[in-house]
Design a protein around this ligand. Sequence first.
Ligand SMILES: [Zn+2]
Length: 244
Amino acid sequence: MEIAGATLFVLLGLTLASAIWIVSQSFASEALPATQPNCPYCPGVFPALAWAPLIGASSRCTNCRRTLGRGRWVYELAMGAAFAVAVFRMDSAGALAEFALFAAVLSIVMLTDFWSGTVYRNLVAGGIVIGLVAALLRGWDPFVESFQGMLAGLVIFGVGMLVLRKILPVMQLAPIGGGDVLIAGMIGAMARWPGTLFAFFAGVALAAAGAAVVLYLQRSTRIEPQPFGPFLCAAAIGVFALTF
Ligand SMILES: [Zn+2]
């Protein structure tokens, strides 16, 4: 793709990222997204500029003067990088549209799960439907592969959840919950069989690495359960950018 189109696509990624950050933060605090986003730290609000890509990350709460948090920079730049890799690799508009749509859904699930510790099941069910419909638009064979990927996710992580529950509390790290099984089904439907397996492998590896970092930072003997879903979603966005 030519430079102008590629730049536009990366800009779309950055714009999506800043909007998704604010929308997910409202969902996680069970509020509707507002033009002037609510401050997560105090009853104040942020200026509407907070919605803008890149510069919005440095806008401050009109009351307590705090920013949206460093995580917003990290997430926004990571999404920009993923969109850049995607536009560099993919030459079909269909693949790019699929990537942008899937990355947006995965991001909302990732951020709301990370902040609230809950998986919004309606949202993930919607993600499964989006994965299946996107595949159907490509034809019958991709649809079958998408369905197989979804089944693989539900079965592999469903069995994993039951096994982990058996050996708990010996292994309290990253226990898989029912929400994570649904997330795996969603990623499977988006990745399509057999790409599904690679997306899961990357997700489990990222979760293990993340848990190791958290353990190192906590330096405590008591292991807190780590949320598993956000790692699966983050890894899937990276894998989709590299393989679609
Ligand atoms: Zn504030």
